[in-house]
Design a protein around this ligand. Structure first.
Ligand code: PLP
Length: 372
């Protein structure tokens, strides 16, 4: 059997151990130290913001974003249903209510028109949603400018889940830096990784100051512990920040490689009438974290998934909509069948930036064989 090809494995630069060793040499293995400082400054420069808050996961960054947007028990939060649970669980941590919105068919992300209808009808019924979470699924930017316009029009804060979308842009501006706050994940399968981790981004330094405070058990600067709020233990370790510092140095290469993988898949496979590739809308630039395709129906999706698996190639169906999950099915859903259709027909192909030419050829040959 040939080697296993993973969906999106970690891709180290080779410089990681240098920064990790530095943390050990200096004995700064807590959540403070030079690696934290340098990873933060690289991210600040990248997003052109004065400060960022490193945390232990993308999910914690979303949780802090919700708290800082004032979300509490009974509040309603607009969120796309085609999504990863890590984006929805924190709404429940706050005992708030997710309002699941269907996808638009071009970007697969939250449909701004349905979102607006929901906002209008909610305002009529006397309860305005308290936040909108916009997600850039698989790196493809959502219609963030339309979502921000809704936020402004109805005075609702927008939080950006750019967990997948480090380096994606809309009209030249990086996803993650549009909303009141935005988050990126550094989980092992993302574009760059700290093994586990995340960052909270905001143009407003006060939001970041509060995020750092809450992520450190909300302890104040007194020599004895004084806690002025309920806090969390969400900080990133200086050891893992060493991974992030090294990974930032190769970020542009990693994105270029993922985009190249997408374009090779597309040029090799888009002549097949039964495989469809989503395109970037005008002005949008996706980091192509995962190349995702649509097949004719669920049967051919399952057929391709199993055929790849038999050939030791990992692929993954597109996210299973949140409103159909046992954990979340009691919450309202607005829309029709778009997200469900994307789930049934959609497949994410191996897209890791460490993929070799031979591996990519092997995957493409396998797809051609089983999809003719
Ligand atoms: C990965 C991911 C998250 C969660 O990030 P973690 O670092 O794994 O907690 C949230 N939202 C989306 C869309 C993701 O893909």
């Amino acid at each position: 059997m040939s080697d296993k090809i993973w969906l999106s494995p970690p891709h180290l630069s080779g410089e990681e151990l240098k920064y990790i060793k530095d943390a050990f040499d200096k004995n700064w293995i807590s959540p403070y130290g030079d690696n934290i400082d340098s990873f933060e400054s690289k991210l600040e420069a990248y997003f052109e913001v004065p400060d960022v808050a490193l945390v232990n996961s993308g999910t914690s960054a979303i949780h802090l974003s919700l708290i800082l947007a004032g979300i509490g028990p009974g509040d309603e939060v607009i969120v796309p249903t085609l999504n990863f649970a890590g984006c929805v669980n924190p709404i429940l941590y706050q005992k708030a209510i997710p309002l699941f919105i269907d996808s638009e068919s071009d970007t697969w992300n939250i449909d701004p028109m349905i979102a607006e209808e929901v906002i209008i009808s909610k305002i009529k019924s006397g309860k305005k949603p308290k936040a909108i979470i916009a997600v850039h699924l698989f790196g493809m930017p959502c219609k963030i400018e339309a979502i921000l316009a809704l936020g402004t029009k109805y005075n609702i804060p927008v939080i950006e889940d750019a967990a997948d979308a480090l380096g994606s842009t809309v009209n030249g501006k990086k996803t993650g830096a549009f909303g009141l706050s935005g988050i990126i994940s550094f989980n092992g399968n993302k574009t760059i990784t700290t093994s586990g981790g995340g960052v909270l981004i905001s143009k407003d330094p006060e939001i970041i100051r509060q995020a750092k405070h809450l992520s450190n058990q909300a302890r104040t600067l007194k020599p004895y512990y004084v806690h002025d709020a309920v806090g969390y233990n969400y900080m990133m370790s200086n050891i893992l920040a060493g991974l992030g510092t090294a990974q930032m140095e190769v970020l542009e290469q990693r994105i270029a490689k993922r985009r190249e993988i997408y374009s090779i898949y597309k040029s090799e496979l888009s002549r097949q009438s039964n495989i469809f590739f989503p395109e970037e809308p005008e002005g949008s630039h996706s980091n192509r974290w995962l190349t995702s395709i649509l097949l004719d129906n669920e049967k051919s999706r399952d057929h391709l998934y199993h055929s790849l698996a038999e050939n030791n190639i990992e692929s993954r169906p597109v996210w299973n909509p949140m409103h159909r999950q046992p954990a979340f099915s009691s919450f309202p859903f607005y829309g029709a069948e778009t997200a469900q259709q994307l789930f049934e027909k959609g497949l994410c192909l191996p897209s890791g930036s460490s993929m070799t030419e031979e591996q990519l050829e092997r995957i493409i040959a396998c797809i051609k064989k089983y999809m003719q």
